[in-house]
Write a protein that binds this ligand. Structure first.
Ligand code: ZN
Ligand code: ZN
Length: 325
């Protein structure tokens, strides 16, 4: 049987070449015994998108063994509409392990099928229900953030897309008391595919401004998406210029999560292919700059890098930790 894809990187690849950290030979739970866990970072919150194979609480154990102090997970199958519940016992186990291992924040990446920006009523209905279920699960496991790709407005205008997204998100969150439950929705910038909302910082900021009346909302910025969209984060001057731009639009204080991914494709290519830190077209130095920038000290830095070989996840976490020192 084909392995279940469980990293955002895998989801953007053709089914035949999907690789996963869930397959036994790459699963860190089998590769690193509990008493050999790696040391956690000291100066920054650093983590990786982590498998929940075997139950949601196993992700906390994986993050701990990898030496993380934050993590991101999928709360259900990322490419199925199937309803999914997390048991009370699993929620308790997750919370206990997160406290024991000092893992925070907990970030949930929303299902990839969700599109809140379109106009097709059936698709919108499914998306509202799926997003609501994501937020309900997030509250039940006390996650701090749900990361959402704003979606595509192919069938209508941009303005209508934003209006659709606001209406759908407002319906999905109706009565959930996100604020009291400590849950914030994070809008992620995209790689720049045609008709996708949120590929420019201005577009992310516009969406956040429109959503503010409905939900606690901030943003997640992905380094790979930023780079392939055409922003310069590689040269020192380019990094400063890009941060000035991000601050003037989204606001750096609103960037709560940085997805730290190197890129397989060139700056401006709009091709979303994540690579290991230091191995791609971004290279290691920009990540050092990002991690040392005091304007991001409040943020969590989370990898979504491919796990093609055993320990690829560990190597990326260690690379990011070394660059943060
Ligand atoms: Zn991302
Ligand atoms: Zn991506």
């Amino acid at each position: 049987m084909a392995p279940v894809a469980d990293t955002p990187y895998n989801l953007s690849m053709p089914r035949a070449v999907k690789k996963s950290a869930t397959t036994p030979e790459r699963d860190i739970l089998k590769l690193i015994p509990a008493d050999e866990h790696r040391a956690q970072p000291k100066s920054r919150r650093i983590g990786i998108h982590t498998s929940t194979a075997g139950g949601v609480e196993t992700s906390a154990e994986r993050a701990w063994r990898l030496g993380c102090n934050t993590l991101q997970i999928f709360s259900s199958s990322p490419r199925m509409w199937r309803p999914f519940d997390i048991s009370a016992a699993q929620c308790e186990a997750m919370l206990r392990l997160r406290q024991q291992y000092d893992l925070k924040p907990l970030v949930i990446h929303a299902n990839y099928l969700i599109n809140v920006a379109g106009t097709d009523p059936e698709m919108l209905e499914k998306s509202v229900n799926a997003l609501r279920a994501e937020m309900e699960r997030a509250i039940s496991i006390q996650a701090e953030y749900v990361v959402l790709h704003p979606g595509s407005f192919r069938s209508c205008t941009r303005e209508q897309g934003i209006a659709n997204a606001c209406a759908a998100i407002s319906r999905a969150s109706d009565g959930l008391n996100m604020e009291q439950n400590g849950l914030t929705l994070l809008i992620e910038n995209t790689a720049g595919a045609e008709f996708s909302l949120g590929s420019s910082f201005e577009s992310v900021a516009e969406l956040i401004a429109a959503l503010r009346a409905h939900v606690p909302v901030a943003s997640c910025i992905d380094t790979c998406h930023t780079h392939v969209k055409g922003y310069d984060i590689v040269s020192e001057a380019g990094y400063e210029e890009t941060m000035r731009n991000l601050d003037a639009t989204v606001g750096l204080a609103n960037v709560r999560v940085w997805h730290c991914n190197d890129a397989k494709a060139a700056c401006g290519s709009k091709l979303d292919r994540h690579d290991s830190i230091g191995k791609g077209t971004i290279g290691a130095e920009p990540f050092r700059r990002l991690l040392h920038d005091p304007r991001h000290a409040h943020a969590a830095f989370i990898l979504e890098t491919p796990v093609d070989e055993p320990f690829d996840d560990l190597h990326n976490v260690e690379a990011l930790k070394a660059l943060a020192e």
